[in-house]
Design a protein around this ligand. Sequence first.
Ligand code: SF4
Length: 272
Amino acid sequence: VMDIKSRKTAHSPEEAKNLFHCVPRLPDRLPPILAVLDGIYTLERGPAFDGRVHRSNILVASSDVLSADMVGARIMGHEPRDIPILANAAANRNRPSDLSDIEVVGESIENVASYHEYDFAYHEDDQRCVPVPLARDGITGLFYRKYDETMCTYCASMNGLILSAIRYAWKGEPWDRVEVLTGKKMTPTPGMNKTILVGKCMYQKNRDNPNIKEMIPIKGCPPNPKTILKALHQAGIDADPMLFENIDQLPGFFMSRYEGKPEFDESFFQVS
Ligand code: SF4
């Protein structure tokens, strides 16, 4: 388990030290281990509850963590060479990323592979920049820039909450050209009326930026839910306080997707 300081370091905005550079080096510090990928349930568009879960009944195990990850990637329909973390890890070890040096025993990859989406598509035009489902709802006047690799775990855990709160707050009236910036390297767009800076990193980077007309900072690290709610209200987005007071209940909003499906029977998730 990585501590907070290491997580922040691994999401550096500097290219030479960024996520794709740091994560491939993690196994270098590990003693010999057995790597197990638990794919009994697999998650499309993870890693949080807003992804879509599938019952896949797959386990992958290897004494080599990179081999396990490369096999796992192909099972989910992605070539390791297309995933920078795996491609860099293979290159660091002078290994091919096409699985040609890996012996797979048990089920063949082809028999169990199924494509899993990983990306959250965004819609961008001159009226908005939002995830596609929010664009389908008709949201305009909001420019919630797409996350990048510099947003670390603690801001990321708030991101889904903020987007859900925004979606529930939409009443069909365009918002006032509100831009929301996250992570460590985004910069304000000229022509916005309000700019929400999520997290200490965004505040420190952009607090003096002349392109900001009205700055709404959320300075914490990680950002405090109450401050986020206040910022949304200041931007004219009437987010429901209940969502921020009962964060632990938010995953429940997504559970109806699995209702009545035998492969998600509640008894599988109870400890007796
Ligand atoms: S403010 Fe957010 S992005 Fe910056 S270090 Fe803290 S959690 Fe990470």
